[in-house]
Write a protein that binds this ligand. Structure first.
Ligand SMILES: NC(=O)C1=CN([C@@H]2O[C@H](COP(=O)(O)OP(=O)(O)OC[C@H]3O[C@@H](n4cnc5c(N)ncnc54)[C@H](O)[C@@H]3O)[C@@H](O)[C@H]2O)C=CC1
Ligand SMILES: O=C(O)CCC(=O)C(=O)O
Length: 409
């Protein structure tokens, strides 16, 4: 249930999926040298074996940190998602074990927006099919079905960090931008928010998805929604594979109802580069298929490596949880010569009064105290005189409702 402060070289960090060298450099510079690095995701049994020994883990989108996997993560204090999406982590299971989850919410957003812009230009010109024909010795020199971007309507579903950047880039090409979002958003430039998904689908020349994976987005583009799209229009999904029914998209491409598609994310993705990729869209010349690389540019990966590594370092060094995905956020100063008790507890009546009673009953002097809560979790941080740190930790660990407690010094 608890971790005492360890020497930095004893803190075991497991980095998977080839996170950028910048993360390793940042961790090394901060004194963390006990790092196991893998270029790929791990099979579930190996992941379970390795996570049971790790204090920190860094992943991207392939590693599924399910409840079953996290059950074995008894030493783990934090998860770094070196990406935006955190749907691959069972956040409730992580919170229940007092494991903080961090991500990089912005660093790869420009990369995705640029890729989508490139794809929509290529698809409007019918380039994927012409390119495929050339590779087979064909020659489709024709303007039929080939269009400029100017004046075409781009329908963006999900007007967040990526959707808004795509909106601005598309307008700079002279496109008309409309968007659908469950939240009322300030439109950038001349973009317009459309209240009905059906209206967006049926009036756009290109539809591009930029929503997170949630219960409300699961299969939000099914056969019905695909049938509502304008004849000959283009479908792009670089969000999550669970959002769209690719069988329906494949049927619409084959029947000519859709003019083309670009898909970067799939309901089931290969775990590594040596596993076969299976999709109903394979073999369709006017479909651009990419292996979930929307955010995979050198710039984005380098920035993500630094950003997430720094979040893990700050949590490990001083207990700061700013920008955590599943956790009360506390920005903490570096502690001076004292010991810092980090106490993660269920957010229910009585826990705090018991902790405070321990300090007064044992005459432990508190030099600094911080508290933040979410609906389910409380995170209390107490700085105490160095000689009283171990006693304080032992006592607070006994409090009913404690999820995790550790001391930093
Ligand atoms: N292909 C790739 O490599 C990458 C994919 N992504 C995916 O893109 C997603 C979006 O990224 P950001 O724009 O940064 O996220 P964001 O959180 O800034 O924006 C998401 C937008 O979707 C809206 N939304 C949520 N549920 C909706 C619904 N049911 N219907 C309509 N709108 C809804 C939200 O209100 C928000 O405006 C990420 O969650 C991730 O899954 C992100 C980065 C790279
Ligand atoms: O880099 C990755 O593995 C996934 C990127 C992504 O989809 C995200 O940032 O949410």
């Amino acid at each position: 249930m608890s971790n005492n402060s360890l020497d930095k070289d004893k803190i075991k960090i497991l980095l998977l999926e080839g996170v950028h060298q910048s993360a390793l450099d940042a961790l090394h510079d901060a004194g963390y040298t006990n790092i196991e690095y893998h270029k790929t995701a791990l099979a579930e049994d190996e992941l379970i074996e390795k996570i049971s020994e790790a204090h920190f883990i860094g992943i991207r989108s392939r590693t599924q940190l399910t409840e079953k996997v996290l059950e074995h993560a008894n030493k783990l204090v934090a998860i770094g998602c070196f990406c935006i999406g955190t749907n691959q982590v069972d956040l409730d299971a992580a919170s229940a074990k007092g494991i903080v989850v961090f991500n990089a919410p912005y660093s790869n957003t420009r990369s995705v927006a640029e890729l989508v812009l490139g794809q929509l230009i290529l698809l409007l010109r019918g380039i994927p099919a012409k390119n495929a024909a050339c590779h087979r010795g064909g020659w489709i020199k024709s303007a039929v079905g080939s269009y400029e971007t100017r004046g075409k309507r781009l329908g963006i579903i999900g007007y967040g960090s990526i959707g808004t950047q795509l909106s601005v880039l598309a307008e700079s090409l002279g496109m008309e931008v409309c968007f659908y979002d469950i939240v009322t958003k300030l439109p950038l430039g001349n973009a317009r928010q459309i209240k009905s998904l059906k209206e967006l689908l049926s009036t756009s020349d290109i539809i591009s998805l930029h929503v997170p994976e949630t219960n409300s987005t699961k299969l939000m583009i099914g056969a019905k929604e695909v049938s509502q799209m304008k004849k000959g229009s283009i479908f792009i999904n670089a969000s999550r594979g669970t959002v769209a029914d690719l069988d329906a998209v494949a049927e619409a491409i084959k029947s000519g109802n859709l003019g083309g598609a670009a898909v970067d994310v799939f309901p089931v993705e290969p775990k590594g580069n040596d596993e076969e990729f299976v999709s109903p869209l394979r073999g369709l010349d006017n479909v651009i298929l990419t292996p979930h690389i929307g955010g995979s540019t050198m710039e984005a990966q380098e920035n993500i490596g630094i950003e997430v590594a720094e979040k893990l370092i700050k949590y490990s060094d001083v207990g700061t949880t700013t920008a955590a995905v599943n956790f009360p956020e506390v920005a903490l100063p570096a502690q001076a010569d004292n010991h810092r008790i980090l106490h993660i507890h269920e957010n229910r009546p009585g826990v705090l009064s018991k902790i405070n009673a321990i300090f007064s009953e044992n005459n432990i002097n508190i030099t600094g105290q911080y508290l933040r809560t979410t609906e389910k979790l409380g995170y209390m941080v107490m700085d105490v005189d160095a000689e009283e740190g171990e006693l304080a930790l032992e006592k607070v660990k006994e409090v009913d409702g404690t999820v995790k407690a550790r001391v930093l010094f």
